[in-house]
Design a protein around this ligand. Structure first.
Ligand SMILES: Cc1cc2nc3c(=O)[nH]c(=O)nc-3n(C[C@H](O)[C@H](O)[C@H](O)COP(=O)(O)O)c2cc1C
Length: 408
């Protein structure tokens, strides 16, 4: 029986047609998965489904109890933004001048080793995406594509080369010369690895480079057939900067890193390299000052994404103190823990000139190769833009420490 005041009717086909909305059909799995990725965490979930456990954990994990990584992320979670309202924010610019040139976004790609183990497109996908987005790409000494291959893939990119000082200095210097010849803009000297951090996930997984085919990996491979297909049908995984290796990751790292490196070596490198020099892995203001005095153009506050010392200082928290200490003599960048465009905005508001991402880029790469890396930087761009508008600022230079306070 009809309720008083409620008159029923039959819906017409036109009414129904207006209500119907079908999602666009994607025939390629990558397109389908990426069309539903709205956050870096979404990319991580896709990455986890598509990548074997060994390489995924190698990327996702940190050292020991992974507290450095956790705390770096928590520091961004506990940010409270202070917006200003009634500002014209119809146009927002995310460009920033670093090392004397404009970059389109205040974020670049941190160096990561073994990248073709995460996805067969590896460093080339990163370098080409960075070139397209107008941001720097850093090739690791432990990269799986060579300096020349990166230069060729992204000839107009801002390519940086990350240097680990090896026990055999001549080999490190040969790489520096190649980077100069290939037109790399900057040398990024990583200084937080006198020894490899204790990456327990890799130990439990028995991760070797290249990944070994065991009964366990084969079982894990079954639902990740695309990864194995790519891995087995593209050129074999090898390091572009060193001869083949058949041991565990930790053994490889420990055999290479030189624990005797000091600030004198940094000064020496400064003399050898005429391009821009960036020192990565600085974790206190005095070291930042020493790096500045040794001739660095920029320092990257970083705890290596929590992969080296556990219970390390949180880079985001260090920014104000370091900026105060080094003044304008050196540019202060930071990485570790960035998973959202708002994290980048918070870092810039706190005084950082620039930021870098490691995992956020690799999750995209593992989720969908080059297309996935594009997804990472599209997501970060949208998030940064929205955060800026909601804060009431149009330019990065308008961001000040008063825009961020600690929520706790
Ligand atoms: C899988 C992986 C490999 C890495 N390899 C290197 C490397 O070869 N050289 C280096 O200086 N840093 C390396 N890092 C550290 C990154 O450059 C960067 O400092 C870190 O990823 C930043 O933290 P985030 O992952 O939370 O963004 C690596 C990080 C990851 C996740």
């Amino acid at each position: 029986m009809a309720k008083p005041g409620l008159k029923r009717r039959f819906p017409s086909p036109k009414d129904l047609a207006q209500l119907m909305r079908f999602r666009k059909v994607h025939f390629r799995r990558t397109d389908r998965l990426l069309s539903r990725a709205f956050t870096i965490e979404d990319l991580r979930s896709i990455a986890k489904k598509r990548t074997p456990k060994g390489p995924f954990d190698y990327t996702d994990g940190g050292a020991d109890k992974e507290l450095s990584m956790l705390r770096a992320r928590q520091s961004f979670e506990s940010v409270q933004f202070i917006p200003s309202v009634l500002k014209d924010v119809s146009e927002v610019s995310l460009s920033q001048k670093i090392l004397g040139r404009e970059t389109k976004l205040p974020v670049g790609i941190s160096p990561t080793g073994f990248t073709r183990m995460m996805h067969s497109e590896g460093e080339i996908a990163g370098a080409m995406a960075a070139e397209a987005f107008g941001i720097p790409f850093t090739l690791s000494t432990m990269g799986t594509r060579s300096i020349e291959e990166v230069a060729q893939a992204a000839p107009n990119g801002r390519n940086w080369f990350q240097l680990y000082m090896w026990k055999e200095r001549d080999r490190s210097m040969a790489l520096v010369e190649r980077a100069a010849k290939a037109g790399f803009e900057a040398l990024v000297m990583t200084v937080d690895v006198p020894v490899a951090g204790d990456r327990l996930r890799d130990k439990y997984n028995g991760l070797t480079i290249p990944p070994a085919l065991s009964l366990r990996t084969l079982t894990n491979a079954a639902p990740r057939i695309g990864w194995w297909w790519n891995f087995l049908t593209t050129d074999p995984l090898r390091f572009a900067s060193l001869d083949s290796w058949n041991g565990t990751v930790a053994e490889l790292l420990d055999s290479m890193f030189d624990p005797t490196v000091t600030f004198d070596d940094l000064k020496w490198i400064r003399k050898q390299w005429s391009g821009k020099l960036i020192v990565k892995g600085v974790q206190n203001s005095l070291d930042a000052l020493s790096a500045t005095r040794a001739g660095a153009d920029a320092v990257i506050l970083s705890n290596h994404g929590g992969r080296q010392i556990d219970k390390a200082p949180v880079p985001f928290k260090l920014v104000p103190e370091v900026v105060k200490k080094v003044g304008r003599d050196v540019e202060v960048y930071m990485d570790s823990g960035i998973m959202h465009g708002a994290d980048i905005v918070a870092a810039i508001a706190s005084g950082a000139k620039f930021t870098m991402v490691g995992r956020a880029y690799l999750y995209g790469l593992m989720a969908g190769g080059r297309q996935g890396v594009d997804a990472t930087f599209n997501i970060l761009t949208q998030q940064m833009t929205r955060t800026m508008k909601l804060l009431g600022v149009r330019e990065l230079s308008e961001l000040t420490p008063s825009h961020v306070v600690d929520y706790r």
